[in-house]
Ligand binder design. Structure first.
Ligand code: DAH
Length: 362
């Protein structure tokens, strides 16, 4: 620099000055062009680094400051800083524009078209057997009964012996059983829950229970037989329980299930755990008792077995038959459902064919 004259120096500085100004203009045009095609924040960051980063041309200009005379420096510095500010504003404006475009795109994508049909969700519903159990439970809870359950694997003693079915009793043939061990089996009926409850009550308290649950028989499955089906047991034991209490209760069940105009009748039957025992028939809801195909022209349909609890059963479970009497009944849930809805094959209950199940949606 010392070889240059004063004029040269100013001339030189003037050139630099002018060049810097031009350079800034060119850069600004380039920046604007680059920004025009930017599509996302990442690209914008690259451009920011290129035009405003440490290695950017505009950042290099400041290094020339020291070559300028004192009075030129403020103007030069101001010019470069103003340019930087403009570049930065351009970039930030573009950043806002990209943000807005991204948000607009997202909103467009997530727009909910409320005029479209809703997807067809399939709602499940309670199985028809459980519906009938619930209906019967509701009725009995309303009459002050408790719901009791027992195990499906039962002892021979509770399933048979304490129900007056000793080992050599011929009535055991009525219930071909599925034994698990010498003394354990899959319960053949819900009647053992009677025994369990009476034993638990210790021969003291009155009993008023119903016991729904699964039972098992060694049957070949066909339209009317299943190796597993559902029963509801009922038991009332108290000091003044009579057969007319039983009749009134079972009439209420029949009317609850088959309609308010139904009547019932008792036919003598035999169960080892009740004496006397009866089969209960209800007047046919289809023909109102006049006789039709469903009731086989009899006007009646058999719905359950019942009876006055056998003295021996009361005694074996700790109740004194001189003080306590009781009645009991056993309802086959599948049979009820088949009668009520005209279902011709018991296997429909277990195969889970939706065409069947859906017909009983509540
Ligand atoms: N346990 C009998 C069965 O499975 C049904 C039954 C009949 C239960 C009469 C009772 C009753 O409590 O009194 O066939």
């Amino acid at each position: 620099m010392s070889s240059l004259s004063c004029e040269d120096f100013f001339y030189l500085l003037g050139v630099i000055h002018v060049n810097v100004k031009e350079k800034i203009n060119t850069l600004e045009k380039k920046l604007k062009a680059a920004l025009a095609s930017v599509e996302n924040q990442a690209q914008l960051q690259e451009i920011k680094a290129e035009f405003l980063g440490k290695k950017a041309e505009i950042s290099q200009f400041m290094k020339h400051m020291k070559d300028l005379p004192d009075e030129e420096r403020p103007a030069f510095g101001q010019m470069v800083n103003e340019a930087k500010k403009r570049f930065s504003d351009l970039i930030e404006a573009q950043r806002e524009a990209i943000k807005k475009a991204e948000l607009d795109a997202l909103l467009r994508k997530e727009t909910v078209d409320v005029t479209l049909d809703a997807p067809d969700y399939t709602l499940g519903s309670t199985h028809i057997l459980n519906q009938i159990i619930e209906e019967i439970e509701d009725l009995f809870i309303g009459m002050g009964y408790l719901i009791k359950e027992g195990p499906e694997i039962e002892t021979d003693e509770l399933n048979f012996e304490k129900l007056n079915l000793p080992k050599d009793h011929p009535a055991r043939d009525m219930q071909d059983s599925l034994y698990i061990g010498n003394e354990t089996l899959l319960r053949t009926h819900t009647s053992p829950v009677q025994v369990r409850t009476m034993l638990a009550y210790g021969g003291e308290k009155p009993v008023k229970i119903i016991c729904p649950g699964k039972v098992y028989r060694r049957d070949d499955d066909d339209a009317t037989h299943s190796h597993q089906f559902t029963q509801i047991e009922g038991l009332v034991v108290d000091k003044d329980t009579t057969m007319s209490d039983m009749k009134g209760t079972l009439l209420a069940v029949a009317r609850h299930l088959f309609g308010p105009d139904r009547e019932i009748r008792f036919r003598p039957d035999y169960f080892p755990f009740t004496e006397p025992s009866v089969e209960v028939d209800v007047t046919c809801a289809n023909c109102d008792g006049k006789g039709c195909n469903i009731c086989k022209q009899t006007g009646y349909i058999e719905i359950l077995g019942a009876g006055m609890v056998n003295d021996k059963v009361l005694k074996m479970s700790g109740y004194d038959p001189k003080i306590y009497q009781g009645f009991a009944f056993g309802i086959g849930v599948e049979r009820l459902a088949m009668l009520k809805y005209g279902i011709e094959d018991i296997r429909h209950f277990y195969t889970n064919d939706l065409r069947f199940n859906k017909q009983f949606k509540r």
